[in-house]
Design a protein around this ligand. Structure first.
Ligand SMILES: Nc1nc2c(ncn2[C@@H]2O[C@H](COP(=O)(O)OP(=O)(O)OP(=O)(O)O)[C@@H](O)[C@H]2O)c(=O)[nH]1
Length: 302
């Protein structure tokens, strides 16, 4: 067997490493060598890369890189971080950079290993999106609602602005399932979710699936009249969809009941109390025959 000496082995590692390797002469802030994976990753030839500066490769993170250079120079410590890289085609790649300094004959060199983590980042973003989305309707799920409510509640409290909640429940949905089957029930849920989503115009408004056939709309910077304007649109749009629910006691098409609650948040109330009030109003709407909207009034005993 042919044994490699140390320098040949280092050369092979440099040539065949899957990670891009950049060698910089630190005093001159100049790239003096790159391996084939580095050229492949960025789409530049080796000659092109040797004329480039680090700021051409990581244009978005120069502040971070300056801090890093100081850290490496001062302590001789290694450094690793997630950064972006700009390719020759102008694409931004997510990369994990792990760098360390070596000194040879009084010259300081930086050896930087660069790994393309764009696929992993994409999957992470997708997983994050899925974890905040209801699988059936594509609406926000309860986790997303909780997180968003928290942000908007604090914003409304700071700015002393109203925030409204609409709680929406499909009427006689059990009957719908019994009549048309669970799959049709799912389609109905999706259709109602679309109606609600399309009734919201402001980018800050959020519609979430709250439970089985229950939805919540969160309307930042919206008073009671604004919320009632939205419930009117939902009611009319849903009626125009004419989704049959032939056995419903109140209408031969799918209808919803809605409960509205509004508040200018303060430190004495919580967002759960606002949701509770919308829920009480919804309960009252059901009790009063369904297919209607009731607004929670603090003066009333619900
Ligand atoms: N198809 C389908 N049905 C669901 C889903 N989640 C909950 N449901 C059904 O929704 C129905 C809710 O029924 P109830 O809570 O009794 O209410 P309702 O029949 O709508 O009556 P009211 O709300 O009083 O008008 C139940 O039959 C659940 O099985 C779902 O994801 N898909």
């Amino acid at each position: 067997m042919l044994a490699l000496n140390e320098s040949e082995l280092s050369q092979k590692i440099f040539e065949f490493s899957n990670d891009g390797i950049f060698i910089l002469l630190l005093d001159e802030n100049r790239i003096i060598d790159v391996n084939p994976s580095a050229t492949k990753m960025l789409g530049y030839s080796r000659d092109e890369l040797l004329t480039m500066r680090i700021s051409d490769i990581h244009p978005k993170e120069m502040d971070l890189l300056e801090e890093f250079a100081n850290q490496v120079l001062a302590k001789g410590a290694g450094w690793s971080n997630e950064l972006t890289c700009k390719t020759k085609k102008g694409e931004l790649l997510f990369v994990e950079v792990s760098a360390s300094m070596i000194t040879i004959d009084d010259q300081k060199y930086l050896i930087s290993m660069v790994r393309n983590i764009s696929c992993r980042k994409q999957i992470e973003a997708q997983l994050r999106m899925f974890s905040f989305t209801d699988g059936l309707t594509g609406l926000a799920n309860r986790r997303k609602l909780d997180e968003y409510m928290d942000i908007e509640w604090r914003r409304a409290m700071r700015n002393e602005l109203p925030i409204s909640i609409i709680m929406i429940d499909i009427d006689y949905f059990k009957l719908f399932n019994d009549t048309y089957g669970h799959l049709e029930g799912d389609s109905c849920l999706k259709a109602v979710a679309n109606v609600i989503q399309n009734s919201l115009v402001r980018p800050g408004d959020l519609c979430a699936r709250y439970g089985g056939e229950e939805f919540i709309v969160l309307l930042p910077n919206t008073d009671k009249d604004g919320a009632l304007h939205i419930t009117n649109i939902i009611e009319k749009t849903l009626a125009s969809e004419r989704i049959e629910n032939i056995n419903s006691d109140i209408n031969s098409f799918v209808t919803v009941s809605m409960g509205v609650a509004c508040i200018v948040p303060n430190s004495k109330v919580t967002s759960s109390q606002l949701i509770f009030k919308a829920d009480r109003a919804l309960y009252k709407a059901k009790g009063e025959g369904r297919n209607k909207t009731i607004c929670f009034l603090d003066s009333e005993n619900h």
